[in-house]
Design a protein around this ligand. Structure first.
Ligand SMILES: [Zn+2]
Length: 371
């Protein structure tokens, strides 16, 4: 999913569920920052203190380029970054690769939400943790069927990917040209073909480009190795063609995430101001269905109203540098401990906790030793 859903959608759902404005901003910011914390950079204070920053995402083939001579390095990054933060394994199926496939609203995803809802109120970094959970949980509604490691199960048949029912012809052309550029970008000479194959073909949803992340899109494709339970099967060649209507999955994710937020708000605040989900449902459906680029989709979320008031207050905007720049305050302050209360410090506390929890606690409990 992209900025429209991870920040603006998450913010709207958090506010509607009764989470106070400032807290909702922190939760939604953390949800989006999972995609923007791409630097593995730490800051050291002159008193010796350290802000240890971890990358929770990588742009394009960055992780592969950084480890171009070290296959194990790239594989380790897949396990440390893509698996816990973007492709939570569904723990279904009979072998390891199959168990790593992300599944929509899977049992591990539900357990993670329950765990983080329990942990969040006890921790200073609880809101940041809830935001990370929201990112990972919502990703299961777009990334399902693919895994965060190089796997033949992530491959799709050449040329099988197709957008369906796109009403705006300009948007149809835009999607197709993006798909073309995506494939070219990674087939161009800068990356050796082995890694191009790794990136476009068999890591995550590389093979299907950004199709799973566009909320309005209905599309179809064929896995090279068909499997069950991932998507609706067409009546013709029933075992082969997968049809996905992202709208349905995004909406289902919104509904369920709202309920988790509502549970959190009910515990945290006395009498939270809740907007019933049913009263926003039709508007959310039409926001999701809007065929537009990311900026246009953000405008849609920003225009969501309830009882004539905007759900997202006009002053709420995502600015990527807000938390990133807090890293630079780390060595400017008198003592390193002054920064423990900054959002960026708390985000990295939460990210480290989350990664430990997923890789060392939740997945092994489901019989998955991925890290
Ligand atoms: Zn993600």
């Amino acid at each position: 999913m992209q900025l429209d859903m991870h920040f603006y959608g998450t913010y709207a759902l958090a506010r509607a569920a009764g989470i106070h404005k400032e807290d909702a901003y922190t939760v939604a910011y953390a949800a989006q920052y999972v995609d923007d914390s791409t630097q593995q950079d730490s800051k050291q204070h002159e008193d010796g203190g350290l802000l240890y920053g971890i990358a929770t995402s990588h742009k394009g083939g960055q992780c592969i380029l950084n480890h171009h001579k070290d296959v194990h390095g790239a594989r380790e990054e897949q396990r440390r970054v893509w698996v816990p933060f973007h492709f939570l394994p569904g723990a279904q199926g009979s072998d390891f690769e199959e168990q790593l496939l992300c599944r929509k609203n899977s049992k591990p995803a539900q357990e993670m939400m329950q765990n983080h809802l329990l942990i969040a109120p006890q921790k200073a970094y609880g809101l940041e943790l809830l935001g990370i959970a929201a990112h990972v949980y919502m990703d299961t509604f777009s990334h399902f069927g693919f895994s965060g490691v190089s796997s033949s199960l992530n491959r799709i048949k050449d040329g099988s990917i197709e957008p369906l029912e796109v009403e705006n012809p300009k948007m149809g052309d835009y999607i197709i040209s993006k798909l073309g550029r995506f494939i070219k970008r990674f087939k161009a000479g800068s990356i050796v073909s082995f890694f191009a194959e790794e990136t476009t073909g068999s890591l995550g949803h590389g093979a299907v480009a950004t199709f799973p992340d566009r909320p309005y899109l209905k599309w179809s494709f064929e896995y090279e190795y068909p499997r069950e339970n991932d998507a609706v099967h067409l009546p013709i060649e029933a075992e082969q063609i997968e049809v996905r209507d992202n709208k349905e999955h995004f909406f289902e994710g919104c509904d369920l995430l709202y309920n988790y937020f509502k549970t959190f708000a009910a515990e945290k605040y006395d009498e939270p101001d809740v907007i019933p989900f049913e009263e926003l449902a039709d508007s959310i459906k039409s926001i999701i269905a809007k065929e537009d680029d990311c900026d246009g989709r953000i405008d849609q979320w920003r225009s969501l109203t309830w009882n004539t008031a905007p759900v997202i207050e006009p002053d709420i905007r995502y600015n990527k540098s807000h938390w990133e720049n807090q890293k630079y305050d780390f060595d400017d302050s008198e003592e390193s401990k002054d920064n423990i209360s900054s959002h960026v410090y708390k985000f990295h506390q939460a990210a480290a906790y989350h990664r430990y929890y997923i890789l060392k606690d939740l997945l092994p409990a489901h019989g998955i030793a991925v890290y």
